[in-house]
Design a protein around this ligand. Structure first.
Ligand code: ADP
Length: 260
């Protein structure tokens, strides 16, 4: 891996495949994300978007191809066909570069908001308790929850819970954030506040983002590039204006038709 390719992609999927038993859900995907680039993944339910994010988080194992993070192999197939993950040392470093926010918040119910956010900086980055809390407070202020640090997740609205989850991922200062349908489980009136927070982070940051979303206006606003996948393949990709105003494939045209 030369220096140029290390700096020009933060995430690189090459010919990635994934099957669950006989069901092939990812059928050979090539996708590179540049540092700081915001990429929206859109497509019908079941087309494999979440699976792509989960493989990046090493929550799922691919069944073919390679995935690189910051120039290092996260997953690859050896010549003998065995599929291997990076060694623990590299894996640890790569995991620190990726943050993920899920549809269902996954907060620690027994910890207050501040501890939910401060826990990984303490345990993973081994920061001193006070420093971890200061960082956590700064992140919570960023997502508009400075006044909620002492409360428990059960006392929060869905939108607030999701903003805590975003702060918890951000506090680790990842190079790439995966947002997986983060508003799908929310009441409609709470969707806006979460999308605003993400837009804000996108505007400020040099952090790359992979935005898996069914919110087309949001994708159009935030993304540098929109990738449309269906049946485990990338069907079409391009700048938001092109994808939304001039979709070329029948598949994308009929998909977008559902949102009009
Ligand atoms: P999307 O995010 O685009 O809706 P997913 O990645 O969640 O798609 O799912 C792709 C396909 O993989 C779906 O058909 C889903 O049912 C299947 N799938 C996802 N996870 C599993 C699993 N753990 N076991 C079996 N099938 C799965």
């Amino acid at each position: 891996m030369n220096a140029l390719s290390q700096t020009s992609t933060i995430v690189k999927y090459s010919q990635v495949k994934k099957s669950y038993g006989d069901l092939e859900v990812i059928k050979g995907i090539d996708l590179s994300i540049a540092p700081g680039e915001k990429v929206a993944l859109i497509g019908p339910s079941g087309s494999g978007k979440t699976t792509l994010g989960r493989m990046l988080m090493t929550l799922e194992e691919p069944t073919g191809g390679t995935i690189q993070v910051d120039g290092q192999l996260l997953w690859h197939e050896e010549k003998n066909g065995r599929f291997v993950r990076a060694g623990e040392k590299h894996l640890h470093r790569m995991r620190e570069r990726i943050g993920m926010v899920f549809q269902h918040f996954n907060l620690f119910p027994h910890m207050n908001v501040l501890d939910n956010v401060a826990s990984a900086p303490r345990k993973v980055l081994k920061l001193h308790k006070r420093e971890a809390k200061e960082r956590a407070e700064a992140m919570l202020a960023k997502v508009g929850l400075a006044d909620k640090i002492d409360v428990y997740p059960s006392q929060l609205s869905g939108g607030q819970k999701q903003r805590v989850a975003i702060a918890r991922a951000l506090v680790m200062n990842p190079k790439v954030m995966v947002f997986d349908e983060v508003t799908s489980a929310l009441d409609p009136e709470l969707v806006g506040e979460v999308l605003e927070v993400i837009k804000d982070i996108a505007r400020q940051g040099d952090m790359a983002m992979m935005l898996i979303t069914h919110e087309m206006d949001f994708a159009r606003d935030v993304a540098d590039r929109v990738v449309f996948g269906a049946d485990g393949r990338i069907v079409e990709e391009g700048p938001p204006k092109e994808i939304f105003e001039n979709p070329k494939s029948d598949r994308l045209q009929s998909f977008l038709g559902r949102f009009r």
